[in-house]
Design a protein around this ligand. Structure first.
Ligand code: PNW
Length: 461
């Protein structure tokens, strides 16, 4: 039997748009997922988070459920437009009250809150007025919003995560257009990522300078799959390394090494915005822990052609910038989202992070799997696949720790079934690509387009 230390942090995770519902009550402003999910063809079955798990109304019973499960730590995110309906300026007291009640209830049940400030639900006004993360102004608005949260909740919240998975926002939101705000571009992912990173740096600076007395910790969560060289060929080994640097190095290098990976700078030239000295100073050392979300593994193979990742339509974007061909072993088990189950990939990734970033404290802020319930003959849910998945991945964590990796916590995704973004509430189409209708929309047009969508769908809050 493998043992984890007494003080290892065990928790579960959720995010605001995926569970809260109550999209147009309590003074909340619209956000990009409220709108995006209502667009034709953007989510499986036209599902939205309008109601989701109705956590906004049912949070007390949800917290009780967590306590009964013995959960000691809970990672949730704050809906920016519930706190600031326009993303800047006026504060919504009802939104503040909701999170105060949730935090108090968690603490009363002995559950430590871990709070993410941004899990993809950007206030709609910031998208329409400023084109979202393409605009440096939005980084400043984020910092302003972060300050409000530290000020209101920081007396009780001691664990902060600025952003969840900037890779997903940048690639799926600005590159492939499958997530809000639905933009399709080869260059915008690099621009969006740049402003997200800057916003992180600004928020951390505010926390460390203005709220030091709160004595909490703050970091960022990045997601990364493992990339295993397909063969022992030096070219394939370099391809796997390159793929990891384009995936995780993109966001972690500025924080742990002070700049974007060289391989990205060389390959992208001025398509990759440069970090100014001021940016670098804000970013370097700006995470008290290494937040990691990990779900799956793929093989990487060197390719002389500019290649696309499986399942991603080419648009001259990041997958074609890497010269890496990805594949999976057909014998690997797959979850309902088609993600391969490869526990040793997590062990290798943890060890890669340990090496590259000089042994940081790592916290797995998400890991888990989507599967239909397995119902046995007595009508009882018997999740053998899920149990096997979790055992496998926790075993990999343990092995990495035995090899010296400084891993201090694990949050299972998720606390409860919830709105899975483009996949809605069912697996139906996972990470499939919907349409290219948003292609080449220029910034100004996109605000008009959104205004139209809001009007046509009668969306108003
Ligand atoms: C993460 N990918 O999303 C998110 O943090 C959660 O909100 C989500 O429910 C969970 O993982 C499961 O999907 C991801 O394409 C979405 O690589 C897509 C990818 C990775 C993570």
């Amino acid at each position: 039997m493998k043992q984890f230390s007494e003080d290892f942090i065990w928790g579960t995770a959720t995010s605001s748009y995926q569970i809260e519902g109550a999209w147009n009550v309590g003074g909340k402003g619209l956000n990009i997922w409220d709108v995006f999910s209502k667009l034709n063809g953007k989510t499986a079955g036209g599902d939205t988070g309008d109601r989701a798990c109705d956590h906004y109304h049912l949070y007390e019973q949800d917290v009780k459920m967590m306590a009964e499960l013995g959960i000691k730590a809970y990672r949730f995110s704050i809906s920016w437009s519930r706190i600031m309906p326009n993303g800047y300026g006026a504060i919504n007291e009802e939104g503040i009250a909701f999170y105060n009640n949730l935090i108090d209830s968690l603490i009363a049940h002995g559950i430590t809150p871990w709070v993410t400030l941004y899990h993809w639900d950007l206030p709609m006004a910031l998208q329409m007025e400023f084109d979202g993360w393409l605009n440096p102004k939005v980084a400043d608005s984020f910092a302003e919003y972060a300050r409000v949260c530290f000020d209101q909740f920081g007396d009780r919240v001691k664990h902060w995560i600025t952003h969840n998975e900037p890779w997903v926002v940048s690639i799926l939101g600005y590159g492939q257009g499958v997530f809000a705000p639905g933009r399709i571009s080869s260059d915008e992912p690099y621009l969006a990522a740049h402003q997200i990173l800057r916003s992180h740096g600004k928020a951390v600076n505010i926390y460390r300078t203005e709220f030091a007395h709160q004595a909490g910790r703050i970091g960022i969560t990045n997601n990364c799959d493992w990339r295993e060289p397909l063969t022992n060929d030096e070219d394939d080994k370099r391809a796997a390394q390159r793929a990891l640097e384009f995936f995780l190095g993109w966001f972690a290098d500025p924080i742990y090494k002070g700049d974007y990976p060289k391989v990205m700078k060389d390959q992208l030239g001025d398509r990759l915005p440069a970090l100014t000295n001021e940016d670098k100073e804000l970013l370097y050392g700006s995470s008290d822990f290494f937040g990691l979300n990990h779900y799956t593994t793929m093989f990487a193979q060197h390719s002389t052609e500019s290649n696309q990742e499986n399942n991603v339509k080419g648009n001259g974007g990041i997958f074609e910038d890497q010269y890496v061909k990805l594949s999976v072993d057909p014998s690997w088990a797959k979850t309902s989202m088609d993600w391969a189950v490869v526990p040793w990939g997590l062990q290798k990734l943890l060890e890669w992070i340990h090496e590259r970033y000089n042994a940081p404290e790592i916290i797995i802020t998400e890991n888990g799997c989507a599967w239909d319930d397995q119902i046995d003959a007595n009508g009882v849910v018997n999740d053998e696949q899920r149990v096997a998945f979790i055992k496998g991945y926790l075993g990999a964590c343990h092995q990495a720790m035995e090899n010296g990796v400084n891993l201090s916590g694990y949050f299972l995704w998720s606390l409860m079934d919830n709105f899975e973004w483009a996949s809605g509430y069912e697996k139906r189409f996972g990470m499939t690509y919907v349409d290219f209708e948003t292609l080449k929309r220029t910034p100004k047009q996109s605000a008009l387009w959104y205004a139209n969508v809001i009007k046509q769908n009668g969306i108003d809050s």
